[in-house]
Design a protein around this ligand. Structure first.
Ligand SMILES: NC(=O)c1ccc[n+]([C@@H]2O[C@H](COP(=O)([O-])OP(=O)(O)OC[C@H]3O[C@@H](n4cnc5c(N)ncnc54)[C@H](OP(=O)(O)O)[C@@H]3O)[C@@H](O)[C@H]2O)c1
Length: 336
């Protein structure tokens, strides 16, 4: 009998998630059916997107049902298999749940991973995982910035933002990052190689816009938006002609009613484009992105940071760190 601890949704959060919205439940893993395999999850990826999956309407994925474990990408090891393509002992990654054990069915969501190709298996949740691929395709396919152009990244010291900045720099662009606090701003320059950093804390749209104008005197050719709210409104006031605004995330609105971008008239003035971008659009090109990002990280051509919290009991505190900015890199929960 194998016991499965699960971080279970008890109630839909109103605003910031709190203790009473979740329960740590225990189930018994059911016997495997033909075509199934049992994954012992080692690490779960704690992503801002999870907050949207807890809403009654979900976001780009259906809502997590109340009483079910919270959905998350995980990496783990196959313990038992009744599937022809998966064998015991094999490392896999997939869209599973925050739980000790998940059952895989080989339906495309779970893929084998080569843990020898990366410094640590957790790289498949960070630099060579969804956040790394979000940065890779966002820069190399969606934006394709070049020398002489300026990229403005919000949430710049985070998992996606720090990689976006480095990849854009590699293409020769000038890169300006927006982050919370002096320490993160220093890290943008010293560790991630951004050209300039702007601290958004305590600033309204006018003050932020003035900072962006000073850092980007020729205007911003690409906005890589992870935050929304005042950051987005200030960025819109500083567009170069024909700019592209890529909406990757709007984390400032995930726990509250949407603020809305108030300066979209600037799209007209600057004949600019604003578009949404989801990494799931690139599912069929994931292997290409994994190879590219693992190679760059392996060569030390890009750096990445992981913030690992220990134990399923810490699932909620780990999630909350994404919203108070106390995560120092890709937020990962260690399950074993
Ligand atoms: N489109 C896609 O396919 C896709 C895929 C992955 C992630 N995303 C999005 O990318 C963004 C970053 O995700 P991540 O996984 O890399 O997380 P992360 O940036 O590592 O962590 C979240 C960071 O957001 C910042 N933040 C939180 N609340 C904020 C607020 N109210 N105002 C300003 N900044 C705030 C905090 O940094 P500070 O300390 O700087 O405030 C925090 O550290 C999120 O919006 C996420 O939804 C999109």
């Amino acid at each position: 009998m194998t016991v499965n601890r699960r971080f279970t949704l008890a109630a839909r959060p109103q605003g910031l998630p709190k203790d009473s919205d979740f329960l740590l439940t225990q189930d018994i893993v059911p016997p495997l059916q033909e075509g199934e395999f049992l994954i012992r999850n080692h690490y779960a990826s704690i992503d801002p997107a999870i907050r949207g999956w807890l809403e009654p309407g979900g976001n780009y994925m259906p809502p997590v049902p109340i009483g079910d474990a919270v959905r998350a990408s995980t990496i783990g090891v196959v313990e038992l298999s009744r599937h022809p393509d998966f064998t015991a002992g094999q490392w896999v990654m997939g869209l599973n749940k925050v739980e000790d054990y998940s059952i895989g069915r080989g339906d495309g969501f779970t893929q084998p991973i080569d843990v020898d190709a990366v410094p640590s298996p957790t790289a498949y949740l960070s630099v060579a995982g969804a956040v790394g691929l979000t940065a890779w395709f966002g820069v190399e396919d969606v934006m394709q910035p070049a020398a002489g152009q300026t990229v403005l990244v919000s949430g710049a010291a985070g998992a996606v933002g720090s990689l976006v900045g480095q990849l854009a720099k590699r293409r020769g662009a000038r890169v300006v990052g927006i982050a919370g606090g002096a320490e993160k701003c220093a890290r943008l320059i010293d560790r991630y190689g951004f050209d300039q950093a702007i601290d958004y804390r305590g600033k309204d749209v006018e003050a932020l816009s003035a900072d962006i104008a000073a850092a980007c005197p020729d205007g911003v050719h690409f906005v890589y938006e992870n935050v929304g709210g005042a950051c987005l409104d200030a960025a819109l006031l500083n567009l170069a002609q024909g700019a592209l605004v890529v909406i990757c995330g709007l984390i400032s609105e995930y726990n509250s009613a949407p603020q809305g971008a108030r300066n979209i008239w600037q799209l007209l003035v600057k004949t600019a484009t604003m578009r949404g971008y989801l990494i799931s659009q690139y599912l069929d090109r994931f292997p290409e992105g994994v190879t590219a990002m693992a190679k760059l990280a392996g060569e030390g051509a890009i750096v990445y940071d992981e913030h690992v919290e220990d134990g399923i009991d810490n699932a909620l505190p780990a999630m909350l760190r994404l919203f108070d900015g106390s995560n120092q890199g890709k937020m990962i929960l260690k399950l074993i």
